[in-house]
Write a new protein. Structure first.
Length: 244
């Protein structure tokens, strides 16, 4: 069964975990903050043991033990920064992952996946739809400007070895195309309030009185969201198949 990691732009998760493993490896190799090596052989061995035990249980379980990940991105400057930071962290994490794998015993290698996590692509969400003159993906110009920069930012910052399972021309396109790209306004908030998918909200039997009029006028739009999420899911599953 393929395991998937949804990587939102809380890059601190990646950076923090990366820093923890890095500190452990520095301890294992006897390097202090000023770059000097002053640990004894026993201390180095103890540091290595700690690094291997904690590195396996903490660092690799967050991302490296899944088969693939994709990035939902808002069409803004912060998403571009997020992709850059994620790329840097993954490159460092991969190097440390390989180092740990070489150092641990054969008995412990079964906890590691055969391949490091692979990148599946990105999707754009909560974007402003432009209904005037037709534009690419029907996006407002300000959002389109950033959305068009996402593929190149991925190419420049996420290692080719982490995305070699997906053809480049496919990675250029957001997963699901425009299926879930445009904002749903307050629909997600209403779905969260009732704890059901958006398309099921209008048919609930326990709608509170203050929501009845709002839902009555938007019923068709709520239900129409289902097709978009089905299309997105189908395309995501097709990319997962490319993981092998």
């Amino acid at each position: 069964m393929k395991k998937l990691f949804l990587l939102l732009f809380s890059a601190a998760i990646v950076v923090t975990s990366n820093a923890q493993i890095g500190d452990l490896l520095k301890k294992a190799t006897g390097k202090t903050s000023n770059g000097k090596s002053n640990l004894s052989t026993d201390e180095i061995a103890s540091g290595l043991k700690e690094a291997l035990n904690k590195g396996v249980s903490e660092g690799t379980t967050k991302l490296s033990t899944v088969d693939g990940f994709f990035v939902p991105a808002l069409p803004d400057l912060f998403s571009l920064y997020g992709i850059k930071n994620i790329g840097k962290s993954l490159a460092s994490w991969k190097e440390e992952f390989d180092t740990i794998y070489k150092l641990i015993s054969n008995e412990k290698r079964h906890v590691f996946p055969e391949k490091f996590v692979r990148f599946l692509g990105y999707t754009i969400y909560n974007a402003k739809k432009y209904t005037g003159t037709e534009t690419k993906w029907n996006l407002a110009r300000a959002h389109l400007n950033y959305a068009e920069k996402i593929p190149q930012t991925i190419h420049d910052n996420i290692s080719a070895s982490l995305r070699d399972n997906i053809p480049e021309e496919l990675l250029e396109l957001p997963i699901g195309s425009t299926a879930i790209m445009h904002t749903h306004n307050t629909f997600p908030s209403m779905a969260q309030y009732y704890n059901v998918p958006m398309w099921l909200v209008p048919d609930l039997q326990h709608i509170e009185s203050e929501h009845v009029d709002t839902l009555r006028g938007a019923r068709k739009k709520y239900i129409a969201t289902q097709d978009g999420y089905h299309k997105f899911t189908e395309e995501l599953l097709e990319r997962i198949k490319l993981l092998g």
